[in-house]
Design a binder for this molecule. Structure first.
Ligand SMILES: *Cc1c(COP(=O)(O)O)cnc(C)c1O
Length: 448
């Protein structure tokens, strides 16, 4: 065991140290076919399994852990979080119940309280550690569904949605696709929602909110996945509160702006919502998969999620992680969140957010100075840039991906084909921005 695990650590370290010198895009993907063989009858030595994984798998990865992956709004694991992940992997805790796995349960409770205070959410807000913002939205909206129907005398957990009083669901035109998916999973439907128009930055137009009556759920967004824009949460919240609606905020990455004093105006009104979703594997730079659902009324979240069974020692004054999340058996994914926050401190988190936003502003300024069109107000870490017409921009994006210095993806923003730059990694330096800009401009000029 010792030599296998030592070998594994050595390979992982060599992989990470090699990231800066290799293309960001996957290399040698044809070798992946070598893995595609029938399941062997006889065992394979573990050292051989690991060697195969590294030699064939490692070169075929996307260098997301490196400093120049700007394709999605995701960081690379901070070294302390990878280290914590390794240790927690060795602990191998099934982190459902405090009585059985107190260390991971306690770490999650503490990390939750730190996050609530970092984001300025109401004291006492409950939460569950889940796999990402999709499941965070799902979990928070399950609580919303439960809470809204409980107020009109319907127990959705016991009686389901058939015959239940209808819930009006209001979303912005620019709601993330995964938010719509969670509505479909919850029986609320992707298409029966009321869609509120958005402005040029993708912000829900609060003055276009419809009049509200009966159980109503409003889903707002903090951080548009293309533009980084924030819905006007204070105005939306005022409308929600005046009419007894439940306001949910999908803040997969934008919620982190609330931790930075000079950016907090973007999230004005945040604390007036009833539930929130955030990713930790995006801007906090922890390993996948990690997100948190927050619900102001902790009891409502618990009512929607908790289970009991004779064989489960659930009775505890302490917080059982599984009482606040969809899963029973689950890894203690809050451990890496705790480690990141413990290592960074409040100022470290702020510095991470500020630095990456600064890089994004520099990308925008220099691309614009070179004559290319930045399509959004760069208020956060997101830049949308067009290099000309749709065909030209698509060729530039393909060229940048093939060049390998950095990796950016395509998007369509308000009808325009564009490239999206998301700067979210702790590892990105000024030098990485310089190198990436040089590659972008080189490719763009060659295409022109
Ligand atoms: C990324 C994102 C999601 C989905 O998050 P996952 O971690 O991929 O599940 C939801 N909403 C917004 C605004 C996002 O940016």
């Amino acid at each position: 065991m010792r030599s296998l695990l030592t070998d594994s650590a050595a390979r992982a370290i060599a992989y990470l140290e090699g990231l800066n010198a290799r293309p960001v895009a996957p290399m040698a993907i044809d070798r992946l076919d070598e893995l595609d063989k029938p399941l062997a009858d006889q065992p394979t030595p573990p050292e051989e399994v690991l060697r195969e994984l590294d030699e064939i798998g490692s070169p075929a990865t996307m260098a997301m852990a490196g400093p120049r992956f700007f394709g999605f709004v995701i960081g690379g694991a901070l070294p302390v979080t990878l280290a914590a992940n390794w240790l927690a992997g060795a602990w191998d805790q099934n982190s459902a119940l405090y009585n059985v796995t107190p260390a991971t349960a306690q770490l999650e409770r503490i990390a939750l309280e730190w996050l609530v205070s970092l984001f300025g959410l109401p004291a006492g807000t409950g939460g569950g550690f889940v796999t990402g913002a999709t499941m965070a939205n799902f979990t928070a909206l399950a609580a919303a569904r439960y809470g809204l129907l409980e107020r009109v005398g319907w127990n959705v957990a016991n009686d389901g949605l058939f015959g239940a009083p209808p819930i009006t669901v209001i979303v912005g035109q620019e709601a993330h696709v995964t938010l719509l998916k969670t509505l479909s999973l919850l029986g609320l439907g992707r298409n029966r929602v009321v869609r509120v128009p958005a402005d040029r930055q993708g912000r829900l137009r609060a003055e276009a909110l419809p009049p509200i009556s009966g159980p109503t759920l409003i889903c707002a967004q903090a951080g548009n996945v293309n533009s980084g824009a924030f819905d006007p949460l204070a105005d939306i919240g005022a409308h929600a509160r005046a009419n007894g609606a439940w306001l949910h905020v999908d803040g997969a990455f934008g919620l982190w702006a609330a931790a930075v004093p000079e950016m907090a105006h973007l999230t004005d009104g945040l604390a007036g919502a009833d539930s929130w979703a955030v990713d930790c594997h995006k801007w906090l730079n922890v390993p996948y998969d990690s997100g948190v659902a927050f619900v102001r009324d902790s009891d409502t979240l618990r009512a929607a999620m908790a289970i009991t069974a004779e064989y489960l020692p659930t009775a505890s004054h302490e917080r059982n992680p599984s009482d606040f999340a969809p899963e029973l058996s689950r890894r203690g994914r809050g451990v890496e969140v705790w480690a990141a926050l413990r290592a960074l401190g409040v100022e470290g988190v702020r510095d991470l957010i500020r630095r990456t936003c600064g890089h994004a502003r520099r990308f925008a300024a220099e691309l614009e100075a070179a004559g290319y069109e930045v399509l959004n107000d760069v208020v956060l870490n997101q830049v949308i840039v067009a290099f000309g017409d749709a065909a030209t921009t698509s060729r530039v994006v393909a060229g940048i991906q093939a060049d390998g210095t950095c990796w950016c993806g395509p998007t369509v923003w308000q009808g325009r084909t564009a490239m999206r730059i998301s700067v979210s990694s702790w590892a990105t330096t000024d030098e990485d921005v310089t190198r990436s800009l040089a590659a972008m401009l080189r490719v763009a000029r060659a295409v022109a």
